[in-house]
Design a protein. Structure first.
Length: 238
């Protein structure tokens, strides 16, 4: 087998296997930060932390650290890119509108992050998450003109799904199977988003999510040794 094959999971003797597969530390750390921030906001809003001032923590942090198209357009027009606003590209994934949203984001991060980190390595997983978040924010700003601040880890999560999809795409190719099957997960997720939009009102956030997915998929081709070559070969194949 060549050096650029996708890493296979280690095989352990059944008697030596742990009943709970340990999470890569970087994945657990990201999820803990997301949940920890959300717990602080939730408890503060209920007056359980730091007195009355804590009630406005979420609004204050969204104002300072959420990605804002208004702020992005101001930076483009003035040609100034202060660090206090550039940080919004990587800080918004840690903010959410409510506990349920943060919990779902953390669960997807734990599931997809574990797979990607174990297959590609921790730093590649981090690159997918943060570059996907940046790609989602840029698409949100450039494609839409939405005054709603962008928050949530979902664009980064979708980038990890993009990485997982690329890994599956490679494996199906190695097995001689139909590689289109690798995109079934993103198809189902986009279908669910469409359904929820029809039932509960449309949202523009799917633009950032989908951009995160394609960013993660494309970046995986560059991060995995030999991955870009395989992608070009597949595109050129009649």
């Amino acid at each position: 087998m060549g050096r650029d094959r996708v890493k296979e999971p280690a095989m352990n003797h059944p008697h030596n296997e742990s009943p709970v597969n340990p999470l890569p530390p970087v994945v657990a750390a990201l999820a803990l930060v997301i949940v920890g921030i959300e717990l602080a906001f939730t408890m503060g809003a209920r007056g359980l932390l730091s007195g009355p001032a804590a009630v406005g923590w979420r609004a204050d942090w969204v104002e300072r650290f959420a990605f804002s198209d208004r702020v992005f357009e101001w930076m483009r027009e003035t040609g100034t890119w202060p660090a206090e606003h550039l940080i919004r590209f990587v800080s918004y994934p840690f903010l959410h509108w409510n506990f349920t949203q943060a919990l779902f984001a953390a669960v997807i991060l734990l599931a997809m992050g574990k797979i990607v980190a174990e297959a590609m390595g921790a730093w590649r997983m981090l690159a997918l998450f943060f570059v996907g978040s940046i790609g989602g924010a840029l698409s949100y700003a450039l494609i839409l003109n939405d005054p709603m601040p962008l928050v949530g880890a979902f664009p980064g999560d979708y980038a990890l799904i993009g990485g997982f999809t690329y890994l599956l795409w490679l494996k199906l190719g190695q097995a001689g199977a139909n590689q289109v099957r690798a995109f079934s997960m993103i198809g189902v997720l986009m279908g669910l988003q469409l359904l929820f939009g029809l039932l509960f009102g449309a949202s523009n956030l799917w633009v950032a999510d989908l951009a995160g997915f394609f960013t993660g998929f494309a970046l995986s081709a560059l991060l995995i040794p030999g991955g870009f070559r395989r992608l070009l070969e597949r595109i050129r194949r009649p």
